[in-house]
Design a protein around this ligand. Structure first.
Ligand code: HEC
Ligand code: HEC
Length: 346
């Protein structure tokens, strides 16, 4: 899974997690390092602020949990039901359907390079990946699971008790270790080997059309879709709606306002990355656009004015048909096939 690839330069980070030393059965202690492959153009790997450093056992346990429908109420929905590896951990649906059979109002976002994010969910409603995991597990419309019940099921399983024991120093089956393992696995999902990345690192080339598109992106899009993460991790209203009528301050369509109660955050959402964007349709927080052409038409002539609209988008982003073609060619060069096929068959 995490083999060394000769064609790219890697930072191999040795993350020290195990300080206490005893001679007990080696498997019973977390291993003292985990190698995270970080392509150089992504910069250093941000370590967990909570001390939840990656270990081989922790990442492997998190992977098993992520793909396991045991986590849901009726044991029929796993995290991967909605976050499919081959779609950069999105699901191709406008709104996913979870445990209650209700269609979710927000589109399933991707899970990749999340170690670089400092807010989770479209509105940044969770500050850490560790706290984020409880949302989907317990939400009645997602996995609908009772945490106490889940702990009992995990304890009764033939493998999990030993795997938890191996992964954590205080290795019991509890909700903290569950969320820590899921976070470790998700932090290990790093993508940075698209044709664009190889071009930037001098390991490959782009076509002249793709290079033209790169320049158009740099001039028009890179103020929000910043740098090699293609996001400023900020929250903006990119002009999808004009009005934000609501009956409750909890409504998902309010965007970041729901968290900050600042009227300038009405309709503002976390800038999504553009990595693997060719496989993560439909687009936007509610999946309203089916294609990249529709997205560019929105920026071109669909921007709706409102007091919270990002100032940069007041006049839209006008592009000729040729410029749109080049920009889309560039966006397609952000697909990392190696990343998308890493969990094939899971
Ligand atoms: C029924 C579909 C569904 C299931 C099952 C599901 N998710 Fe999600 N996930 C979503 C949706 C929809 C959102 C966006 C919610 C929002 O922003 O309000 C989301 C958001 C996220 C995010 C935030 C990503 C970001 O960029 O901020 C993470 C991380 C995540 N889910 C992880 C998980 C994990 C871990 C599990 C399993 C424990 C899981 N999800 C199960 C649908 C699902
Ligand atoms: C003012 C900041 C800003 C600028 C400039 C901007 N975007 Fe966005 N973009 C956003 C935000 C915020 C979203 C998410 C909005 C939502 O979901 O409601 C978004 C969403 C998208 C999406 C959908 C991603 C997904 O996963 O659903 C694409 C594709 C996109 N932008 C491409 C572009 C392109 C191409 C340009 C330049 C022509 C551009 N953006 C310019 C802020 C911006």
């Amino acid at each position: 899974m995490f083999q060394f690839r000769k064609n790219i330069t890697l930072f191999l980070l040795a993350l020290l997690v195990f300080t206490g030393c005893n001679t007990k059965d080696k498997l019973a202690e977390p291993s003292d390092e985990f190698r995270v492959e970080v392509p150089t153009n992504l910069g250093p790997f941000p370590e967990s602020e909570r001390g939840n450093f990656l270990t081989k056992e922790g990442v492997e346990l998190g992977e098993k949990l992520f793909f396991d429908p045991l986590l849901s109420k009726d044991n029929n929905i796993s995290c991967a039901t909605c976050h499919k590896p081959e779609l950069a951990f999105s699901d191709g649906l406008k709104g996913s359907i979870g445990a209650s059979g209700k269609t979710l109002e927000r589109h399933t976002p991707t899970i990749m390079n999340l170690a670089w994010h400092d807010g989770f969910f479209w509105d940044g409603g969770a500050n850490t990946l560790e706290s984020q995991a409880f949302g989907p597990i317990t939400h009645e419309d997602e996995m609908g699971q009772d945490l106490g019940q889940l702990m009992e099921e995990l304890k009764a399983d033939s493998l999990y008790p030993q795997l938890f024991e191996n992964a954590f120093e205080e290795g019991g089956i509890n909700s903290k270790n569950l969320s820590w393992a899921l976070s470790q696995f998700q932090r290990s999902l790093i993508t940075g080997n698209s044709p664009y990345d190889k071009y930037i690192r001098g390991e490959g080339n782009l076509s002249s059309l793709e290079k033209q598109g790169l320049q158009i992106y740099q001039e028009n899009c890179s103020s929000c879709h910043v740098g090699d993460q293609f996001s400023d991790f900020g929250y903006h209203n990119n002009g999808l709606d004009e009005k934000f009528d609501y009956t409750s301050e909890e409504e998902p369509k309010l965007g970041r306002y729901r968290i900050t109660f600042d009227s300038l955050d009405l309709g503002a959402y976390k800038t999504p990355t553009l990595r693997n964007i060719a496989v993560t349709a439909p687009y936007m927080h509610d999946g309203r656009f089916a294609t990249l052409e529709e997205v560019l038409n929105h920026y071109n002539h669909g921007i709706k004015d409102s007091p919270s609209l990002a100032p940069k988008l007041k006049d839209g982003i006008q592009l000729t048909a040729d410029e749109k073609t080049a920009l889309i060619a560039f966006l397609k060069s952000l697909t990392d096939e190696e990343f998308l096929s890493r969990y094939e068959g899971k």
